[in-house]
Design a protein around this ligand. Structure first.
Ligand code: 6PG
Length: 249
């Protein structure tokens, strides 16, 4: 039997985008319950994009949500658009509206990335986020959630973009992003990989070519960033039928 590392990508196909949201939301709640049985706090990295918020909304509708001790959950972001707090285009704003503002979370454990209202530059924001992570024990995450763009980007690590090359930092400033807004802050590959589990949430036919390229053996993260993130224990691709349509059967 060939060797199969436990963190090799596992693809779970759901019928449609709603199925991906519902399954990811349920998984997140169960992962939090499990984690909080064995550790004082849980650390989760959230994602932007429609699925990032849809899955939170799904989690909020679940009867399991009331079983989680939310006061022990730390929330981080994989990336943020460099915009002021409350801007409707911020990932944090969208995630808050979907669920976070309706949960009994400890405000001190909601670790948003600073925008121009709270930092001098995206570089300063990235440096401050690294300090925040070190201070609050976010050096090892329980779950990292990632959406993926049709170009294969994850967080704000875009194909062939120089921000990818920063490997000696926790977070990096991203300028000239190919997707607006041009200025962002992102965790680095090295930081994202310090997670027990990484879950990629992907739906839609426009993502199918990038899903296929990312899961092709030998895929390079420089070209397909989604290929470059694995969890220490598990890497799950939670996809719908359309996004999986170009994978070999
Ligand atoms: C951004 C978006 C982006 C998003 C993916 C997946 O930073 O511009 O947040 O990275 O997460 O494109 O989006 P969907 O979940 O909507 O497919």
């Amino acid at each position: 039997m060939s060797e199969h590392p436990t963190n090799a990508p596992l693809v779970v196909v759901h019928p449609d985008k709603q199925g991906v949201s519902d399954a990811a939301g349920a998984r997140l709640l169960l992962a939090l319950l499990d984690t909080l049985c064995v550790r004082d706090d849980a650390h989760v990295v959230l994602t932007g994009g429609s699925l990032g918020s849809d899955m939170l909304a799904s989690a909020g509708r679940s009867p399991l949500a009331r079983l989680v001790d939310w006061s022990r959950v730390h929330l981080w972001w994989g990336d943020e658009r460099y915009l002021p707090d409350g801007d409707p285009d911020r990932n944090e704003t969208q995630n808050r509206a979907a669920l976070l503002d309706h949960l009994p979370l400890d405000p001190a454990k909601i670790h948003g990335m600073a925008g121009p209202d709270r930092s001098e530059s995206a570089e300063a924001s990235a440096a401050a986020y690294a300090t925040e992570l070190r201070t609050h024990g976010g050096g090892l995450f329980d779950v990292v959630l990632l959406g993926m763009g049709p170009d294969g980007h994850v967080a704000s690590l875009f194909p062939q973009h120089p921000a990818q090359l920063v490997s000696d930092a926790i977070a990096v400033a991203v300028h000239d992003s190919p997707k607006p807004p041009p200025d962002r802050v992102s965790l680095t590959f090295e930081c994202l990989a310090r997670s027990r589990q990484v879950w990629l949430l992907v739906a839609g036919a426009d993502k199918a070519p990038a899903v296929c390229r990312a899961l092709t053996p030998g895929a390079q993260r420089w070209d397909v960033p989604a290929a470059g993130v694995r969890g220490l224990d598990a890497t799950l691709w939670l996809v719908d039928v359309e996004a999986a349509s170009e994978l070999p059967s």
